[in-house]
Design a protein around this ligand. Structure first.
Ligand code: HEC
Ligand code: HEC
Ligand code: HEC
Ligand code: HEC
Ligand code: HEC
Ligand code: HEC
Length: 441
């Protein structure tokens, strides 16, 4: 007989494993490999995620005692959903944190960020003793194997890998071409340096549209000015804080159930960074549980869109939609006068407007993962496979990825294939999903 007591994480179970009363494995994060296990209560297949040698190999447990297993299943199914879903649900503190940055006299730092002289916030990463007592920096956890094959490692979404991109795209593409994405600081100049065309100035930047007090600083990070993951010069976290780790303070352990399908509560979203969509301060949305590692018509994120507002400035109190987040640095592409709003003719492509329920737009009714739309209210127990012209909105992300894509201007599709009247590979894709009468089909 085997016994698994577990607490439920998102994809993981934090398990205490016993066999015939004997404590055989210990407290280790367990990845539930067999997702049909509820339908096969005689077999629970788990993989150990810990680095510990004793726990490294895949473990298979057969629970032969049906009565006991039934009780276990009842325990899991009735008790566990009551536990609030929080971010990090597994892993020993010491995997990620160090108390003194010293063990047997040696540093506990894990990744290889070099020491550089710089401002205090640079030392968040560029020093062995890191902010929040972390052993790793953002990329240490989120780019654990640069160009490796896994898009999720030990529950952490990866941002620079080969294979299936997650929802935001993938910085691996920027290693191939500058114009395929944001040139983030931290990969090292030999992998991705500053953007050779744009340097570090966001195209369309408008200071009045950037709600942060300090404003985006193109010269930040000294000899290698590049856009950051988080903070004033990045997208994630509180942009009032220049330090990335401080900007992300109290996010990773926070309860974000208000952003999860099944417990969505839009009214409570955005109050803190932890309750903001993907830690993008103030932004609303619904988070797919595996960051879109798997996708389907009803298996995806839902993005918040707003209905066109006549606006020339942006304050923190205004931010709700994912497009407003982009506009913090690319305001010219969102502000009313600069896009020619509030209605056609536009001078720049509109976002945060309703998809008209008329003409060619009315044909877009089945959600296309390559052309997501925004929802004016975030509700439902699953993602919706339906697009409702007249109700749903155009997003920056209807055309772009947020991190990087395999195409120029980090578009979601190859713009060179989108030719008027085409019946070729571009037909029915990209622009044609909304401008449905402009292709040749
Ligand atoms: C998988 C990695 C990981 C593990 C395991 C982990 N932490 Fe953290 N922790 C982080 C990260 C990343 C931050 C920095 C971002 C933030 O403040 O949320 C953090 C921040 C914190 C903070 C400051 C912010 C807050 O939410 O209070 C505390 C305190 C903390 N961790 C305690 C712990 C303790 C105690 C454990 C073990 C029970 C633990 N952590 C396990 C990754 C981890
Ligand atoms: C914190 C500021 C900031 C935010 C927020 C931001 N960007 Fe950018 N963006 C930049 C900077 C800086 C550049 C130019 C340098 C580069 O490419 O790294 C840029 C470049 C771009 C480019 C051109 C890429 C290229 O290399 O040609 C696109 C497209 C883009 N951003 C789209 C977006 C979208 C979509 C969002 C929202 C999901 C967004 N940006 C949010 C700072 C920002
Ligand atoms: C979030 C963590 C983080 C922060 C904050 C950070 N850096 Fe870096 N930095 C890195 C990483 C990771 C690398 C790449 C190291 C490598 O090449 O292995 C890097 C590389 C560099 C390099 C080498 C050039 C390059 O790009 O390879 C310089 C110089 C540098 N950083 C300066 C700074 C300065 C100055 C600041 C503060 C203004 C700063 N960094 C803030 C993580 C950070
Ligand atoms: C010690 C490891 C560790 C470090 C350091 C770390 N993260 Fe994370 N991060 C994780 C893990 C694990 C998750 C997945 C937790 C979850 O959502 O269940 C995560 C999730 C995220 C997410 C997705 C949140 C969501 O809604 O799904 C973002 C965004 C993020 N981290 C940004 C950052 C940034 C920016 C930094 C640097 C300031 C950082 N992380 C540093 C481990 C880390
Ligand atoms: C998510 C749906 C969507 C996608 C994708 C999309 N558009 Fe649009 N587009 C719209 C909407 C909505 C309008 C505004 C219609 C209105 O105001 O009557 C518009 C307007 C336009 C206009 C006319 C502006 C005007 O003054 O009326 C042009 C030109 C245009 N889009 C080109 C493109 C191109 C090129 C692409 C691909 C790169 C594209 N669109 C992708 C929804 C979309
Ligand atoms: C209808 C599709 C569409 C939408 C919606 C859209 N973009 Fe773009 N974007 C493009 C295309 C296509 C390009 C390539 C340049 C061009 O055709 O003007 C581009 C280029 C860019 C660039 C690079 C500009 C440069 O100088 O190289 C940035 C930055 C950018 N977009 C940001 C945004 C932001 C921010 C939003 C939302 C406020 C947004 N885009 C909405 C299609 C779109």
């Amino acid at each position: 007989m085997c016994f698994v007591a577990a607490e439920r994480g998102k994809n993981s179970f934090w398990g205490y494993i016993y066999k015939q009363g004997e404590f055989i494995v210990g407290e280790y994060p367990l990845y539930l490999r067999d997702h049909n296990w509820m339908g096969r209560p005689d077999r629970l297949v788990v993989e150990c995620l810990s680095q510990k040698a004793a726990c490294r190999q895949t473990m298979r447990f057969a629970c032969w005692q049906p009565l006991f297993t039934l009780l276990l299943c009842l325990f899991l199914s009735f008790f566990l959903p009551a536990i609030g879903w929080t971010k990090i649900q597994s892993g020993q503190c010491s995997s990620c944190h160090t108390m003194h940055d010293s063990q047997n006299g040696a540093s506990m730092k894990i990744d290889s960020t070099p020491n550089v002289a710089g401002a205090a916030e640079c030392n968040d990463c560029h020093s062995s003793a890191r902010s929040s007592m972390l052993r790793l920096d953002c990329l240490g956890c989120h780019a654990q194997a640069v160009d490796g094959g896994d898009n999720i490692i030990a529950d952490a979404p990866q941002i620079a890998h080969v294979g299936t991109d997650l929802a935001a795209g993938n910085y691996h593409h920027v290693f191939v071409d500058d114009s395929y994405g944001h040139n983030i600081h931290g990969f090292g100049n030999d992998i991705v340096a500053q953007d050779s065309d744009l340097q570090n100035t966001p195209p369309g930047y408008v200071a009045d549209y950037d709600p942060s007090t300090a404003k985006y600083q193109p010269a930040y990070s000294g000899t290698a000015p590049q856009v950051m993951c988080a903070g004033t010069n990045g997208c994630h976290g509180d942009r009032e804080k220049i330090s990335q780790t401080q900007a992300m303070h109290a996010t990773h352990h926070g309860d974000d159930s208000v952003l999860k399908f099944g417990s969505l509560d839009e009214a409570s979203q955005g109050a803190t960074v932890a309750t903001s969509y993907r830690f993008l301060n103030k932004v609303h949305g619904a988070e797919d549980a595996d960051w879109q590692a798997t996708t389907g018509p009803t298996d995806h994120n839902e993005y918040k869109g707003i209905v066109y507002a006549d606006r020339s400035t942006q304050d923190w109190a205004d931010i709700e939609s994912i497009s407003q987040l982009c506009a913090e640095c690319h305001g010219l592409f969102h502000a009313s006068a600069d896009i020619g709003g509030p209605s056609s003719p536009w001078i720049r492509h509109p976002t945060d407007i309703l998809l008209p329920n008329s003409g060619e737009y009315a044909a877009y009714t089945s959600y296309d993962l390559d052309v997501p739309v925004g929802r004016v209210s975030i509700t439902g127990s699953t993602a919706s496979g339906t697009v409702t012209p007249g109700t749903d909105t155009v997003l920056c992300l209807s055309c772009h990825r947020a991190h990087g894509s395999p195409f120029s201007d980090m578009l979601r599709w190859d713009y060179t294939l989108i030719s008027a009247g085409t019946t070729g590979a571009g037909a029915g894709n990209g622009c044609f999903v909304c401008h449905s009468n402009k292709d040749g089909v």
